[in-house]
Design a protein around this ligand. Structure first.
Ligand code: UDP
Ligand code: MN
Length: 342
């Protein structure tokens, strides 16, 4: 006699179906917690200072703890992120900062022959620098008449401050610390949230935006990112306030780009200016001027975010396997021709 399996199969299929439906409804109800009405993330208290919460329903690539850049280090030993192409999602990070009404200040100095760099700097910044955000450029120049006429995007503006001419290029580059310290002391405090201080002999080539924001931000210098620290060009004379011994130091940071919150950048520039003044009183000038003092400051006040050399590359024609995107880059210049005292 052949056994009749039909009732058994029928009951089995029924049970599997019921189980699947039940499981699914539990899973779906869980999933619904993350839909617009009751966003799973906003149920938790949002981060008070930064409000780093994502938008409900925003689609982006899944976050991963296993896959990412394997060829570079993406976090410092004090757990600050190091920003490289491939470490952030532009859509996600833009949407997070879009919810905050932030304004970013940028300081630029163009004295003497450096006014020639303004047009390319400003035009390329309009294409790549914090696009879609409120940007206030603060330009310090000894020739306001030489400022090019540029059409700025909505919610972006240029403020020009006239400063006296200076004879030594070293005084110009170091003098920035004092002027930025003054600017961030009062005028800017209620006007802007973050500030970046950038060299003007530069040009933007790709996105440079909210992924760079942090309380205290340094850029890893494009010449020294693969050097041992005893070969960094830190100030090595103990008489200088910028002195760093060969066995100390994290990275060699660029003087041509740094930033952070107004309060932190005020502290940084005020300290560096004071250190420069102490050196000057002793007739000593640090080897790389403001950059040497900036490096000393960052040794004791660790940046909360470090930007890879993508954020200030050395030459648009120089290539490196680790640099997938050149975002901002120095323009070639004949120093003997552009600097006033060479
Ligand atoms: N600078 C200037 N006029 C000068 C020399 C320097 O305006 O005659 C400013 C300008 O903003 C420049 C910055 O100081 O980007 C730093 O100088 P420089 O770019 O020459 O230094 P480097 O990047 O070559 O070390
Ligand atoms: Mn420069």
């Amino acid at each position: 006699m052949r056994p009749n399996f039909f009732p058994l199969v029928f009951v089995g299929v029924l049970l599997i179906g019921l189980f699947y439906l039940g499981f699914n409804s539990i899973w779906l109800s869980d999933f619904r917690c993350n839909t617009p009405q009751t966003n799973g993330i906003t149920k938790e208290k949002p981060h008070k200072d930064l409000g780093l919460h994502s938008l409900p329903g925003l689609l982006y690539k899944q976050s991963s703890v296993l896959n990412g850049r394997a060829d570079v280090v993406c976090v410092t030993p004090w757990l600050a992120p190091i920003v490289w192409e491939g470490t952030f999602d532009p859509t996600l990070i833009d949407s997070i900062y879009k919810q905050q009404n932030i304004t970013i200040a940028t300081t630029i100095f163009a004295l003497g022959k450096y006014t020639r760099f303004l047009k390319d700097f400003l035009e390329s910044a309009e294409q790549h620098f914090f696009v879609g955000f409120q940007v206030h450029y603060y330009l310090f120049t000894d020739q306001p008449e030489a400022v090019p006429d540029i059409k700025f995007g909505e919610e972006r503006q240029l403020k020009v401050q006239t400063v006296p001419k200076m004879d030594r290029w070293q005084d110009i580059t170091m003098g920035r610390m004092e002027m930025i310290a003054k600017l961030t002391e009062s005028e800017l405090v209620n006007e802007v949230d973050y500030i970046f201080c950038l060299d003007v002999d530069t040009k933007f080539y790709a996105r440079w935006s909210v992924e760079a924001l942090g309380s205290l931000v340094g850029v890893i210098h494009p010449w020294f990112f693969n050097y041992p620290r005893d070969q960094f060009t830190y100030e090595r004379r103990p008489e200088s306030q910028a002195f760093i011994p060969p066995e100390e130091g994290d990275f060699y940071y660029a003087g041509g780009a740094f930033g952070g919150s107004i309060q932190e950048v005020h502290k940084l520039t005020k300290t560096c200016n004071e250190q420069q003044k102490i050196d000057a009183a002793k007739s000593i000038e640090a080897i790389w001027h403001d950059e040497s003092h900036l490096n000393k400051y960052f040794l004791y006040n660790k940046p909360t975010k470090a930007l890879s050399p993508e954020y200030l590359w050395r030459n648009i024609n120089a290539h490196s396997d680790t640099i997938k995107t050149i975002r901002f880059c120095s323009v070639e210049k004949d120093v003997a021709e552009v600097r006033p005292n060479l």
